[in-house]
Design a protein around this ligand. Structure first.
Ligand code: PHE
Length: 360
């Protein structure tokens, strides 16, 4: 029995013999060489696997001997394979070098598709253009901000829910002073603070960019974009704000677009309001209102927050509220883009699927 098992392995190896050498030598490219290799050493169907199956019958004390034989065979196959592979690579490289050279300076034949701006950025630019045409200057602000500019100077009380860990991405900054907390801005109102703190009125500014909140569902993303606009001067009233936002709604959805103001609360404005724009996806006359999912049959879609800048905020930014007043408004760009293009979920805007993006 003992003799038989080891002898059977030896016979098996002898049968495999040298045939692989011829097969490797005649393989004319890497793919067929690898095929031949798999026929010998392949884990599933390689012929060596079959021989190895005989190991089971070899008693423990003779296993090292039998194993050494199998390994020696395996090494030989591997060495022969590596050598042939190197030869094939060298040959194909030689062929390439001696072939007619490519002219890399020739113009390409396929038309290369041009990319375009992301729908959110297209919307941002269109919105900024509306405000620029109304006389607002475009300014940029930082995304990583001091608590002071994002909350404190905007008169958020320290325990306001928006400042909570649940709502805000706080950032640890090495070497920052202990009392200066840093965060990813939760709105673009930080830019309002920065500009008001460094300039003297009059000023009319818009700012756009990413903002961050711990929010995630079909209409909220932890990163989204906002536009903030504000104006500070000696004679400014809520009527000016309404005029500018009505012009904005018309710039966006065409002449006669209705706008509605609802009282609302933000700590940095007084009075404060939310603005709804008449739903452009349905109409009472056409009988489509009763089933409209965009406005939930109300005929109105909420788009922004606004108000008269609170005197405390002006004061925090070094502007005399006895002399100056201002208004401010802010809104999410994704929301406008979703309404504009009828996009049902904010996720589509951030998945970078070319089949989606190519539609804009
Ligand atoms: N910053 C507010 C928000 O992100 C929007 C806003 C801006 C409201 C300016 C009033 C005035 O919700």
């Amino acid at each position: 029995m003992t003799e038989d098992a080891v002898a059977a392995i030896e016979r098996g190896l002898a049968e495999l013999g040298d045939a692989y050498r011829d097969a490797f030598a005649t393989a004319s490219n890497e793919i067929s060489l690898r095929d031949e290799y798999a026929k010998v050493l392949g884990k599933k169907q390689g012929s060596l696997t079959r021989v190895m199956g005989l190991m089971r019958d070899v008693p423990a004390d003779r296993r090292p001997e039998a194993g050494a034989k199998v390994n020696a065979f395996k090494d030989q196959v591997e060495r022969t394979f590596e050598q042939r592979l190197a030869d094939l690579h060298r040959a194909s490289r030689d062929a390439e070098l001696h072939a007619r050279p490519y002219d890399l300076t020739l113009p390409g034949r396929l038309p290369v598709g041009r990319g375009h701006l992301h729908p959110v950025l297209q919307t941002r630019d269109d919105l900024l253009t509306i405000f620029r045409d109304l006389g607002f200057e475009v300014v940029e602000g930082p995304e990583v901000e001091l608590e002071e500019n994002n909350f404190t100077k905007l008169a958020f009380p320290p325990d306001h829910p928006a400042t909570d860990m649940q709502d805000t991405f706080w950032v640890g900054v090495d070497g920052a002073p202990k009392d200066a907390r840093v965060l990813l801005r939760t709105h673009t109102s930080n830019t309002q603070v920065r500009v008001m703190s460094t300039r003297t009125p009059p000023m009319a500014v818009v700012s756009a960019g990413p903002v961050y909140r711990r929010d995630d569902d079909i209409t909220h993303s932890p990163m989204f974009h906002q536009i903030e606009g504000f104006l500070v001067d000696e004679q400014v009233s809520m009527a000016d704000l309404k005029g500018v936002l009505a012009a904005f709604a018309e710039g966006l959805y065409g002449p006669g677009t209705p706008v509605r103001f609802r009282p609302s609360y933000f700590p940095f404005v007084e009075p404060g309001a939310e603005v709804d724009i008449g739903c452009v996806f349905c109409s009472e006359a056409a009988g489509t209102r009763a089933t409209c999912r965009v406005c939930k049959t109300t005929g109105w879609v909420e788009v922004l927050g606004c108000g008269m800048i609170h005197p405390d905020v002006l004061r925090h930014c070094g502007i005399d509220p006895e002399r100056y007043r201002g208004y401010a408004f802010g809104f999410g760009i994704e929301r406008i883009a979703m309404l504009r293009y009828g996009i049902p979920s904010i996720k589509h805007l951030f998945e970078n699927d070319p089949r989606f993006l190519a539609q804009f």
